[in-house]
Design a protein around this ligand. Structure first.
Ligand code: HDD
Length: 754
């Protein structure tokens, strides 16, 4: 008894007796009654700590007292402390030898505070650095259970999610409304582990092989000598790359279309891009493409608007998402799948499903809805959540598998690897936002920023010392088993298949599917971007690419550049348009739309009040714009001013209403703004004129009542123009405007103004 070694040996053999812990089915291993000869077959937790061992008490990361709910708490108590929890008397003065004397090196608080600050930044994402995110919930419809056994897709199962939207090229502080692809990455915290759907707002990608990813990003990022331009594709290296790699033609065309400048993250489609392989409970496989369909429809800015917003409100998309969620206008998307048979060819209607520059028209393979995503909460800390979230295309759950798309293969490596630099080590999965909601028992140990205190002595398999745990799980009990896909006998080569060689018929289909106004925008976008290039040879090569997509497209851009339209590179086989690719031609809900209500601040306030309420009742956001800030009217009827003539700019509004009826002898729009009124001879304030003229030019719905006509005339907006509703009263004008908003913009106006 007095021999400590003997005591320890007894204790170990005691602990090794078959036990105790919860029993689970282990495929292929019948419960063993006989003593084990190799691995234990009944699960048992690791050995309890020895009497001489004890883990740390469970405190929160910064020392909050124990308790389950406290585990996430990062600050506690009302007193300022240092990082070790010692209370501090002063955080504003360094410790000095006398008030005018030198600062002492022994000031730990000074050193700790500055040291921590010096390291507050982590490397931004090498791509998709600029983003905004939200929490939400995904509800399965159960319509996918036929093709996938994933538990979160079953009927009415609710799964927490975190979604991060992003631009690709810009740095963390760049503007939201640049012309670029948008990321649409969703983390599903499912009961079977994390599933990440790391997609974009465009269904195709620039390159067919991940080995070119560093190249396309180097070409798109700012030039390495002067580090300009920021968050732009309108420069020589981008166009040099995408014209030399003609597989980029399709994605580039999407970027030059209205899809490159979304109105809002809430009004974007999302795509998984690659073809995935789903597996159902019987083991039958199906190929699919994932789609997110926004309830509010897919809508875009117009280019001038996007450029203005970059200056007026660089956080436009980030603000829009957060404001909508705060206001309870929760954005929603349906998740859908296009379903294809899993044939050895992995093609559908002649389209190679492994080529990520291809889409499959919805007319050929309709998108079947399988669940609903609702974003219902803003992050509480941008860094801890939006910045530290780490997505990975390899985070899959049983029922969802990958295909041999060579672009996907490279991604499977990159998303783990990049977190090592970005998040400083291999334990990023332990960050609160990345933690799975399923139990983890992974045998991964140690490393930078390890925060788990693992128990047991045998993080290896098989073992007999930790009761054989962790046990392995076959497919029948929810283990992730890769589909045993039959691979063709093959040579090792660096080659693309012949079926990856057609780079033009898909872009041509996209172009042919566009409405006239969308085509006009595309021509404008190419003309702008190529007009920003210095190299003549790049422009000429780009025109040849455009000539191959379509002669009209090329002619329009060539005219803008002042260059001759060249011959196509090759003959493109005829393709049928896919009407589903156009963003126009339907009507959508208007909730969350922003309606500006312009008033001179003195007249017609009853109308302003009534319209404000009607806008709210329609689920939209009214912003009252007056010459100065403050409150209009008094008492219960008072109306708060949200924007002044100084802070309002047209780009913030989806529609603008002008409140009328200046009284006798009063000037409309400017009466309280003496300087502007005097300058303009007592007429409409020039800032109101600019607001209306821009809103008109950008195809926005406009309305007004009782005397508003004068303001439109002053802004050179014809009162009888398309999409200008002059009504008897405010609610009447609003009704007309809401109807127009359902189509997003007054498209006719583009056709008439050119
Ligand atoms: Fe990627 C981030 C989407 C190809 C390498 N990618 C990233 C994000 C999105 C995408 C949405 C931001 C995730 C977030 O919000 O944190 N990427 C795509 C799509 C692609 C694609 C839809 C093609 C279909 N990506 C792609 C390739 C590679 C990468 C081919 C590398 C070979 N992507 C990365 C990355 C990033 C990333 C470097 C940067 C930050 C991160 O992963 O976490 O690993």
């Amino acid at each position: 008894e007095s021999n400590p070694l003997k005591r320890a040996a007894d204790r170990v053999s005691e602990a090794l007796r078959p036990d105790t812990g919860p029993e689970e089915g282990i495929p292929g291993k019948p419960g063993a009654e006989t003593p084990p000869v190799d691995e234990p077959v009944k699960p048992r937790g690791p050995l309890p700590p020895k009497p001489d061992q004890r883990g740390p008490d469970t405190y929160s990361p910064t020392g909050q007292a124990t308790g389950v709910d406290q585990a996430e708490v990062a600050q506690g108590g009302s007193r300022l402390t240092n990082a070790q929890g010692t209370r501090l008397p002063d955080s504003d003065h360094s410790l000095k030898a006398g008030p005018r004397g030198p600062v002492l090196l022994q000031d730990h608080h000074l050193r700790e505070k500055v040291m921590h600050f010096d390291h507050e930044r982590i490397p931004e994402r090498v791509v998709h650095a600029r983003g905004a995110a939200a929490h939400g919930v995904f509800q399965g419809y159960g319509t996918a259970t036929e093709v996938s056994k994933a538990a979160f897709l079953a009927k009415d199962v609710e799964t927490p999610v975190f979604v991060r939207f992003s631009t690709v090229l810009g740095s963390r502080g760049s503007s939201d409304t640049v012309r670029d692809t948008r990321g649409f990455a969703t983390k599903f915290y499912t009961s079977e582990g994390v599933f990440d759907l790391v997609g974009n707002n465009m269904p195709v990608f620039f390159i067919q092989d991940a080995i070119k990813f560093p190249d396309v990003i180097h070409a798109g990022k700012p030039h390495p000598d002067r580090e300009i331009p920021q968050a732009q594709s309108a420069h020589d290296t981008f166009w040099d790359f995408v014209t030399l790699h003609q597989e980029a033609t399709h994605h580039t065309l999407w970027n030059m279309s209205d899809r490159g400048i979304p109105r809002s993250y809430r009004m974007m489609e999302g795509f998984g891009v690659h073809t995935f392989r789903l597996v159902n409970a019987e083991g039958t496989t199906t190929l699919v493409k994932f789609h997110w369909k926004p309830r509010l429809g897919t809508h875009s800015l117009v280019w001038e608007e996007a450029q203005l917003i970059n200056g007026v409100d660089p956080d436009f998309h980030r603000r829009d998402l957060a404001d909508a969620i705060e206001a309870g206008a929760f954005p929603q998307w349906e998740l859908g799948i296009q379903v294809f048979p899993d044939t050895p060819e992995q093609t559908f209607e002649g389209i190679d499903l492994l080529d990520p520059t291809n889409l499959v028209p919805e007319e050929l393979a309709p998108v079947r809805p399988i669940g609903l995503l609702t974003l219902n909460a803003n992050p509480s800390n941008f860094f801890a959540e939006t910045e530290q979230v780490a997505f990975h295309v390899g985070h899959l759950v049983p029922g969802i598998d990958i295909t041999d798309d060579p672009l996907l293969a490279g991604r499977l490596f990159s998303y783990l690897d990049t977190q090592i630099s970005r998040l400083g080590g291999p334990n990023f999965g332990q960050l609160p936002i990345n933690r799975t909601h399923a139990p983890v028992n992974d045998m991964l140990r140690d490393g930078m920023h390890q925060t788990a205190v693992h128990r047991g002595v045998a993080p290896y398999r098989p073992n007999s010392l930790d009761g054989g745990c962790p046990f392995q799980t076959g497919a029948a009990d929810g283990g992730y088993v890769e589909t045993p896909v039959q691979l063709p006998a093959a040579r090792k080569v660096r080659e693309a298949p012949e079926s990856f060689a057609d780079h033009f018929s898909q872009p041509r289909r996209f172009w042919l599917s566009m409405s006239p106004v969308e085509r006009e925008h595309i021509i404008g976008a190419y003309t702008f971007e190529l007009g920003k290039c210095y190299e003549q040879s790049v422009k000429e090569r780009a025109l040849r690419v455009l000539a191959t997509i379509d002669g009209e497209l090329c002619a329009g851009v060539a005219a803008g550049l002042g260059l001759p339209a060249p011959e196509p590179i090759e003959e493109v086989p005829p393709v049928a348009p896919s009407p589903a690719l156009s963003q126009l031609g339907s009507t959508w809900p208007v909730d969350g739309r922003i309606v500006g209500v312009v008033t001179d601040g003195t007249t017609g306030l009853d109308g302003v009040r009534a319209v404000r309420q009607a806008v709210l009742d329609a689920g939209m956001v009214p912003l009252v714009i007056a010459p100065t800030g403050g409150v209009l009217g008094a008492g219960d009827d008072a109306v708060t001013v949200q924007r002044t003539y100084v802070t309002a700019r047209s780009v913030e509004f989806d529609a603008v209403l002008v409140a009328g009826t200046p009284g006798p002898g009063q000037d409309a729009f400017g009466a309280r703004d003496a300087k502007a009124a005097a300058g303009a001879g007592g007429a409409t304030d020039p800032r109101v004129g600019l607001l209306l003229a821009e809103a008109y030019r950008h195809g926005k719905a406009l309305g007004g009542w009782a005397g508003a006509e004068a303001a439109f005339t002053a802004a050179a907006v014809p009162a009888d123009a398309a999409g200008v509703v002059l009504a008897e009263d405010g609610p009447g004008a609003l009704r007309g405007v809401v109807e127009l908003l359902g189509a997003h913009r007054v498209w006719d106006r583009f056709a008439t103004t050119g």
